[in-house]
Design a protein around this ligand. Structure first.
Ligand SMILES: Cc1cc2nc3c(=O)[nH]c(=O)nc-3n(C[C@H](O)[C@H](O)[C@H](O)COP(=O)(O)OP(=O)(O)OC[C@H]3O[C@@H](n4cnc5c(N)ncnc54)[C@H](O)[C@@H]3O)c2cc1C
Length: 488
């Protein structure tokens, strides 16, 4: 018998895996469910060598790569990896992300993380839903020096990109989209290896890879505590029993990381030292932001293709000094911040999907229900007007006619950001490794591969070293970015 996908609000939703089963605990308060159907999950075993908590992009990628590495090297079995999620694949941010995969970061060490990640996306683009259409980012002259620096850092990191400045920037944009309005577009970066991925396809592919390599996927078990002795977690308590840990735990619970680090007894405040000597006392370890995103159908007769008929690169435009003015002549915002990609998976028809700068909340958030189900964190009503208006401003093809096509449905989602909005990938106890991507890491699928290498060899890969926790105490806190957005 088929069960309908949960849609408590009766909005016009679309999911590729429409017939996915309802969560088993459907009579209880709403919780976001897995976004793909789950086949043969395992019961919680009594013990395991490795326990990975959270079946988002990081947990699934870590479990897959670790199991594969144990099997291939003969150092163990895939079944020595247990992956636990309170719901299942994609029940957190991974299942509802915009899916943009890019390397536009002013924090240089992230460029190598993205190089490793795109290699993973490229390893199986079909099953991971990866569309390697490239990424075009546009800034005004106030960001030119930053773009030059990050372009060089990308090249040095083995992630080739091209930069265009002044008249060349406009000409490049026109060569892709002849109807693009290039005014104020002073600098353009083009990353050819980047693109986007359908988030549900990615969850499906990752879950299947875990299954293929023998990971014991325990779905429907919520982690409720840790038994620790001398800084080591001996066992993990869950809603369905306790599991002994023989070697290590990987914590990859996204927006729920604060809850899990509370269970480990880790502090919620810390002292943060900056490179200029400035010290911030009692800073929040976690700050929640809510994302403003949405989708629009492509009006009949329009497309989002390039001049040569290809799927467009993902497009990101930040014009910090250019206001957005509505059809009534009133200023909507004094800046442009807009990102967009083609979005057939999410829209269920030809469409666009994108967003703008997230809104800072604070150290606390209501986590259940997560994502689109939570009334508190929907995209603000002004977002649809702003998103459509910017799209019209940029493209002649959408002149003045997009707003009626905005897809009226639930949207948004929240994430836990770190003190400098840059990921922390590090041990937080003797045997607990934390993957905290600061809520911009759907793209960072390669982190799991790097963590698996660390766990199977005992040596920290160079790419992970810049994301150690001790940077806050040692004055190497990041934050050197010229953008209105916390994740650039
Ligand atoms: C609206 C939105 C759009 C985004 N767009 C992009 C984008 O375009 N590109 C990009 O790179 N990033 C994007 N991000 C960020 C990205 O989605 C996240 O950074 C990433 O998916 C986090 O992955 P994760 O594996 O850490 O956590 P999650 O995907 O959140 O997974 C955590 C899992 O842990 C489970 N869990 C929680 N608590 C427990 C517990 N106690 N016991 C057991 N299991 C538990 C949850 O059920 C969940 O499945 C976006 C985020 C949002 C919210």
């Amino acid at each position: 018998m088929k069960t309908p996908a949960p849609n408590p609000t009766d909005h016009n939703q679309w999911y590729p895996f429409q017939d996915r089963p309802l969560p088993s605990r459907s009579s209880q308060p709403a919780e976001n469910s897995a976004v793909v159907p789950v086949f043969d999950p395992a019961p919680l075993p009594e013990s395991s060598r490795f326990v990975v908590i959270g079946a988002g992009v990081h947990g699934m990628s870590t479990a897959w790569h670790l199991a594969m590495s144990l099997e291939k090297s003969g150092k163990g079995k895939g079944s020595e990896v247990v992956l636990i999620d309170k719901q299942g694949p994609g029940a957190g941010a991974t299942g509802l992300a915009c899916g943009c995969i890019r390397n536009l970061y002013m924090t240089g060490p992230l460029h190598a993380i993205l190089r490793e990640s795109v290699q993973v996306w490229e390893s199986d683009p079909v099953n991971l839903g990866f569309q390697q259409v490239g990424y075009v980012s546009i800034g005004e002259s106030n960001q030119e020096a930053d773009y030059v620096k990050l372009n060089q850092s990308q090249i040095d990191s083995g992630y080739p990109s091209d930069i265009y400045v002044g008249k060349d920037a406009g000409a490049f944009l026109k060569s892709i989209w002849p109807d693009f309005r290039t005014e104020h577009c002073d600098v353009v970066l083009h990353e050819k290896p980047s693109g986007y991925a359908g988030t549900h396809m990615a969850c499906w592919g990752l879950d299947q890879k875990c299954r293929q390599w023998g990971v014991q996927r325990v779905y429907g078990a919520s982690v409720t505590g840790f038994d620790q002795t001398n800084g080591r977690v001996q066992s993990v308590q869950t809603s369905t029993g306790s599991i002994r840990v023989d070697e290590a735990v990987v914590l990859s619970t996204g927006a729920w990381l604060p809850t899990l680090t509370d269970l480990l007894g880790l502090p919620r405040k810390l002292e943060v030292h900056y490179p200029d000597g400035h010290i911030e006392q009692e800073m929040d370890m976690w700050t929640y932001w809510r994302l403003l995103e949405g989708e629009v159908y492509l009006p009949e007769g329009t497309d989002f293709r390039t001049a040569d008929g290809k799927d467009s690169p993902v497009l990101h435009v930040e014009l910090m000094n250019t206001p957005v003015v509505g059809h009534d002549g009133k200023e909507m915002k004094d800046y442009v911040y807009w990102y967009t990609r083609y979005a057939a998976e999410r829209v269920g028809a030809p469409g666009l999907q994108g967003g703008t700068i997230p809104v800072k909340m604070g150290p606390d958030a209501i986590l259940e229900p997560y994502g689109h189900l939570n009334d508190l964190y929907q995209a603000d009503p002004w977002f649809a007007d702003y998103y459509c208006r910017v799209t019209e401003m940029l493209f002649g093809r959408f002149d003045n006619n997009l707003r009626p096509h905005f897809k009226d449905r639930r949207n948004g989602g929240i994430g836990a950001f770190t003190p400098d909005n840059v990921p922390i990938f590090d041990w937080v106890t003797d045997n607990v490794f934390m993957t905290a991507d600061s809520n911009h890491g759907f793209k960072m699928i390669g982190v799991g591969k790097l963590v698996a290498r660390l766990l199977s060899t005992g040596t920290t890969p160079d790419e992970l070293k810049p994301f150690a926790f001790r940077r806050f105490a040692e004055g190497r806190t990041y934050g050197d970015r010229n953008s209105n957005c916390p994740w650039v």
